[in-house]
Design a protein around this ligand. Structure first.
Ligand SMILES: [Zn+2]
Length: 104
């Protein structure tokens, strides 16, 4: 089952359809659009730097799945959290910025 989303603008409930918009400087904006009122909500913004961090996250997950020693697993979790926090810090202002722009 696909996740449902309620539009913050008109209250319409619908399936989430994730769309992507590629901008200049290799910036990719991920957003959902309300089928009823066309209101857009930005969910993610990635730059090449952010995508390289996301790639690192996938590598860590992979290594974690194979880790046999608890010490190594703990180190991977610590790194995962560090990279994840970094992605959030980088992405948050970009999401706010794109959200202000996307419905204009
Ligand atoms: Zn709507």
């Amino acid at each position: 089952m696909k996740p449902f989303s309620k539009c913050e603008q008109c209250g319409d409930e619908h399936h989430i359809v994730l769309l992507e918009h590629k901008k200049e400087n290799s910036i990719v904006v991920g957003f959902i659009q309300c089928p009823s009122c066309q209101h857009k909500t930005v969910c993610s913004v990635t730059t090449p730097h952010i995508r390289s961090l996301q790639k690192r996250i996938r590598t860590i997950r992979n290594q974690y799945g194979k880790a046999k020693r608890a010490k190594k697993a703990a180190r991977l979790i610590a790194e995962y959290e560090k990279v994840n926090a970094q992605i959030k810090i980088l992405m948050h202002p970009l999401i706010d910025q794109e959200n202000n722009r996307i419905n204009q």
